[in-house]
Design a protein around this ligand. Structure first.
Ligand SMILES: C[S@@+](CC[C@H](N)C(=O)[O-])C[C@H]1O[C@@H](n2cnc3c(N)ncnc32)[C@H](O)[C@@H]1O
Length: 200
């Protein structure tokens, strides 16, 4: 479900590069469904890259690269950076100077990623929260272009004023925790209440 949800966000592309591929399940689905014509998969860990080799056995249009961050000299039209924390995604983006479409699904601290995209002159066209197996995930797609985000958009998503059911459920759960110490969490509670008051 998480894999399918993220792959749905990938545009049809000639060459996709998955950074931090691990098993490369996202790339495998992107190739199998025709979203990507060819792929570069990379990982900082040799063991993880070997998992990707096993998953993608039989595909002759894949290059495997052991490296930290985006592989050099690869002219991919879409970069996939998913399943890592927001600090790591931001660090990888800070060392990338290309102009590929970005499909990103940070596991935490999505606000750092949105802030980085704004500074890199990328504009977010897709940004939503979904649920899979009781966990909540953000997924975004961004292309080169101007964008200015408010603090609320950085924290809760560019389109927080049209919250998905999953974002509502995630924030409702968070609100219940914050209410345990309502005085100390007053600012956060006010923000979340604002998001939850937005129409569907
Ligand atoms: C949880 S897996 C995510 C796998 C896949 N992208 C997905 O979402 O299903 C994270 C992977 O990122 C790799 N990784 C972490 N930091 C990295 C970096 N700076 N450059 C490349 N790969 C990195 C890890 O070795 C690990 O295999």
């Amino acid at each position: 479900m998480r894999i399918a949800e993220i792959v749905n966000v990938i545009p049809t592309c000639r060459l996709i590069a998955e950074i931090g591929c691990d098993h490369a399940l996202l790339t495998e689905r992107a190739l199998r469904t025709g979203k990507a014509g060819a792929a570069v998969v990379s990982d900082i860990s040799a063991d993880c890259l070997n998992k990707a080799r096993r998953t993608l056995k039989g595909y002759d249009n894949v290059t495997f690269t052991l490296c930290d961050g985006a592989p050099q000299g690869v002219n991919a039209d879409c970069l996939l950076i998913c399943g890592m924390g927001g600090h790591t995604v931001r660090d990888i983006l800070s060392r990338y100077d290309g102009d590929a479409t970005l499909v990103l699904s940070p596991q935490s601290h999505s606000e750092l990623v949105r802030d980085a995209l704004e500074k890199m002159c990328y504009s977010i066209s897709v940004d939503y929260c979904f649920e899979d197996g009781g966990k909540y995930y953000d997924v975004m797609r961004a292309d080169k272009g101007d964008m200015t985000l408010t603090d609320m958009q950085k924290k809760y998503g560019r389109f927080y004023d049209r919250p998905t059911d999953a974002l509502r459920a995630r924030l409702t759960r968070m609100l219940a925790q914050l209410n345990g110490n309502a005085e100390a969490n007053a600012d956060r509670i006010a923000e979340i209440t604002e998001v939850l008051s937005c129409p569907k």
